[in-house]
Design a protein around this ligand. Structure first.
Ligand SMILES: Nc1ncnc2c1ncn2[C@@H]1O[C@H](COP(=O)(O)OP(=O)(O)OP(=O)(O)O)[C@@H](O)[C@H]1O
Ligand SMILES: [Mg+2]
Length: 470
């Protein structure tokens, strides 16, 4: 659907505004140039298939918006080529698209026709667009009076109602409120179901992992790695939090990792695909095994058991600064190590932190995530005000979080993190992503639906005839 081949983009950068004018006035063949060239994209190649949802992540200034603009045709590449098949509806960064002097209504017509609809077609869809945008009387106000949220609502309403073949969304949704975001995601889902290709720039790991089939990481204009969203986002975060002197070597490692995983598919897939998880025991067997009374486990046996093969393959450690998280694992309240859990029971997430440097105001955190990387919830060991006031170099700290496993059958991942006060603010001094994983056993009599069990209780009775008339 979209073929990007060896695309580079150079922008002229002028040190002084007057240089721009001088450049414009100099003859085309003049030797002296009044600008430097800044390379926003460097030799980017990427194929995007029909129906695919691709996430683009990268730090500020890494070239994401430039790439999207080139794909949408609002920017020309300096080198390389782009081929796009189909109608592209784009929600680029604010400022693109609308004429500020026109009213919302006028802009809907303008933008709709830019996206390839006839006036009649826009008219037919106008009510739906207005309903989606839900900005009331502002529809007849000039767009320059809009808040940025209203602007995005209207732009999004048009973009999703022109039935695009390709929908390009650059960060835009983060401007809307949650209710509107939810509506947009639902609509994006529908557009995907209809077979459209979606390109999505976001800084939100959750959004990228939940929404996208695949992700790419841009850094300094280079495409460092492509892979599953979970894999790419973890590398992006690693890069984001790396100390400056490590960044260069880290970039190389990530690029190599990407190449290797492309050959074997291992890095990318294991840990993301439930079918490839180390344990391929039949679910029914799991239930049996967990119920089987064994002499040494006694009463506790029903709390679950340990599957040696159930170890995360996707663990990533962020650069540590004087603290090291070790042996993250789960136990029953009685201290027995487990990783196959029974829903509704209590468990303890345990890890041990070795401090190689003395630190102030230390506290600890944990997070449980789904296999696609959706954050489900977690907790901190204390509020900042009640953190451990001092930890000495050489000391070890045992950290325990008790929680109730209110989850659906499936595999989950655990993060672990240590926070301390360094200088002014609180920062992570060690963090493990996918430190541990566990499986929740099937629950044959479960009535709940969805990932989290809210202990829903119901009451149902047939209404008797007197009540029916009332
Ligand atoms: N018209 C331009 N002239 C000069 N430099 C530009 C121009 N447009 C973008 N750049 C530069 O190109 C680089 C990439 O910009 P781009 O907007 O693509 O980054 P981004 O990844 O979208 O960043 P963000 O996360 O902040 O949106 C930046 O360093 C930016 O300053
Ligand atoms: Mg951008």
């Amino acid at each position: 659907m979209i073929q990007v081949e060896g695309v580079s983009k150079l922008f002229p950068v002028y040190d002084k505004p007057s240089h721009r004018l001088l450049q414009m006035l100099s003859p085309a063949r003049a030797k002296h140039r009044w600008f430097r060239e800044f390379r926003a994209l460097h030799d980017v190649s990427l194929d995007i298939c029909r129906g695919e949802t691709l996430g683009i992540v990268g730090r500020n200034g890494s070239g994401k918006s430039t790439l999207l603009q080139i794909i949408c045709g609002t920017l020309q590449p300096s080198f390389g080529s782009v081929r796009v098949q189909g109608r592209v509806a784009a929600l680029l960064e604010l400022g693109a698209g609308f004429n500020p002097e026109f009213t919302g209504r006028e802009n809907v017509y303008l933008y709709g026709t830019v996206l390839g609809l006839t006036r009649n077609e826009v008219e037919q869809r106008f009510e739906e667009i207005a309903a989606f945008a839900d900005i009331g009387d502002f529809m007849d106000q000039p767009v320059k009076n809009y808040s940025s949220g209203m602007y995005v609502r209207l732009a999004f309403a048009v973009a999703v109602n022109v039935t695009p073949d390709i929908l390009v969304v650059d960060e835009a949704l983060s401007v809307g409120d949650e209710a509107f975001q939810r509506k947009c995601f639902a609509r994006i889902d529908r557009i995907r179901d209809e077979g459209a290709t979606v390109l999505f720039v976001s800084h939100s790991a959750g959004i990228v992992t939940q929404l996208c089939d695949r992700a790419v990481l841009l850094d300094h204009g280079e495409l460092l790695v492509t892979g599953t969203p979970k894999f790419v986002v973890s590398r992006y975060h690693k890069l984001l939090y790396a100390p400056p002197e490590r960044v260069e070597s880290l970039r190389k490692t990530i690029a190599q990792e990407g190449e290797r995983s492309e050959e074997t598919h291992e890095n990318v897939l294991v840990g993301d695909d439930p079918n490839l998880l180390p344990s391929d025991r039949d679910d029914e067997q799991l239930v049996q095994a967990s119920r089987r009374p064994t002499s040494d486990a006694g009463d506790e046996d029903s709390h679950g058991w340990l599957d040696e093969g159930l170890e995360p393959k996707s663990t990533v450690r962020y650069d540590t600064r004087g603290a090291l998280i070790g042996v993250p694992h789960l136990e029953t309240p009685g201290g027995r190590r487990v990783n196959v859990l029974r829903a509704g029971d209590d468990y303890v997430y345990v890890y041990r932190v070795k401090f190689t440097e003395s630190m102030e105001r230390v506290r600890f955190g944990m997070l449980i995530k789904t296999i696609t990387g959706l954050d489900l919830g977690g907790g901190a060991s204390s509020l900042p005000a009640h953190s451990l006031s001092h930890v000495q170099a050489g000391q070890e700290v045992d950290v325990r979080f008790q929680f109730r496993c209110m989850l659906d059958t499936g595999v989950y991942f655990l993060n672990a993190g240590v926070l301390a006060r360094l200088g002014e603010g609180e920062t992570y001094v060690d963090r493990l992503i996918d430190a541990a994983m566990f499986r929740v056993m099937p629950q044959p009599e479960r009535l709940g639906t969805g990932i989290v069990d809210f202990s829903v209780r119901s009451q149902v009775h047939i209404v008797d005839s007197k009540e029916v008339g009332a």
